[in-house]
Design a protein around this ligand. Structure first.
Ligand code: PEP
Ligand code: MG
Length: 328
């Protein structure tokens, strides 16, 4: 198997009916980037910038952040990288960001975290914005904001970047060649605003890890619940279907960056719903590239449409049987 995946390293994944599916990888440290050429991933669809903060005992200085972002982009070469602004707070609390708010969090996943924290600690956001803009000088910068629940939060976060951009322009810094702003869709409330959101963002990346926990009201880190709600349950698939339909006819680039996309049946279902960009754990890239090459998108999309309108007793069993029948 591993040898077969290695052979796929240089192969661009097209489906049997000629649809290109981007298979990207998730990363968080500079040391993860060599996995790009090793796996043959199409880029880094989620770079979790908070890792640098989590492994540091002090707030990483702007210069250190700039160096990291620049190094990652240099190492990625022509391949795109999507940097997610810090998703800290809550359970990923940092000793150097003390706050009354953090101490009061009894339910950290739904607490004072990610953009909620970053927009209040404006200094943190400004420093990261400047570091990302400087780090991407002369290149394309893709920035993604985590835990956006309402559209104004995206506007506010983007405004911080635009303000720093104007500042750097004034100072005659070399600027990024292009900047694309996007959101993670991981809080269900944002999905209700799709029609307005698509006019604002360049891309949307569905974070199925958090989305699932919020949709089912089931803590993603609670082992008792881990097996209870299946990624292939009709409610999550219908939800993902609505999101996919919401970008049809727009210029918004849609993907998934949760762990769901790294599993064969789940990836098959996502392709059937119209998703064409999956960002997954590096270890899964080979098997998902292989899967893409076995899929006929029209056939799986038709099957998904039928199952979503009239769900079988087990979607997992239905997909397993379908995959076997279709030589997958
Ligand atoms: C997600 O929530 O699906 C996601 C990709 O982000 P994280 O796992 O870092 O919360
Ligand atoms: Mg998340």
């Amino acid at each position: 198997k591993q040898a077969a995946y290695a052979r796929l390293r240089e192969v661009e994944p097209f489906t049997r009916d000629g649809q290109r599916v981007q298979v990207m990888m998730n990363a968080g440290l500079r040391d993860d980037v060599p996995m790009l050429p090793l796996t043959g991933a199409d880029g880094i669809g989620l770079f979790r910038t908070e890792f640098q903060f989590l492994i540091s005992s002090v707030l990483p200085q702007r210069e250190r952040q700039t160096r990291l972002y620049k190094d990652v982009l240099d190492a990625a070469g022509d391949k795109p990288v999507i940097f997610r602004t810090v998703d800290i707070g809550g359970d990923k609390s940092l000793p150097y960001i003390n706050s009354e708010n953090a101490r009061e969090d009894e339910n950290p996943a739904m607490g004072w975290r990610a953009l909620r924290l970053a927009l209040e600690r404006e200094g943190l956001m400004k420093v990261q914005a400047r570091a990302l803009l400087d780090g991407a000088a002369g290149k394309t910068l893709n920035v993604m904001f985590p835990m956006v629940s309402e559209i104004w939060e995206f506007d506010a976060a983007k405004a911080v970047f635009e303000e720093q951009l104007a500042f750097l322009k004034d100072r005659k810094h070399k600027l990024p060649q292009a900047i694309n702003y996007g959101v993670m869709l991981e809080v269900p409330s944002l999905a209700e605003m799709m029609d307005l959101l698509v006019d604002k963002v360049s891309f949307i990346s569905v974070g199925t890890n958090d989305l699932t926990q919020f949709l089912f009201a089931a803590d993603r880190s609670n082992p008792v619940l881990a097996e209870r709600y299946d990624w292939l349950s009709p409610s999550i698939l219908r939800f993902l279907d609505r999101i996919a339909k919401g970008v049809v006819g727009t210029r918004v680039d849609l993907g998934v960056c949760g762990e769901m996309g790294g599993r064969r049946l789940e990836a098959l279902a996502l392709i059937g719903l119209g998703y064409r960009r999956l960002s997954i754990t590096p270890a899964a890239v080979g098997q998902i590239k292989e899967l893409v090459r076995q899929v006929d998108t029209k056939a799986i999309s038709q099957a998904m449409t039928g199952w979503l309108s009239s769900p079988p007793p087990s979607m997992r069993e239905a997909l397993t049987a379908w995959a076997a029948d279709n030589g997958i």
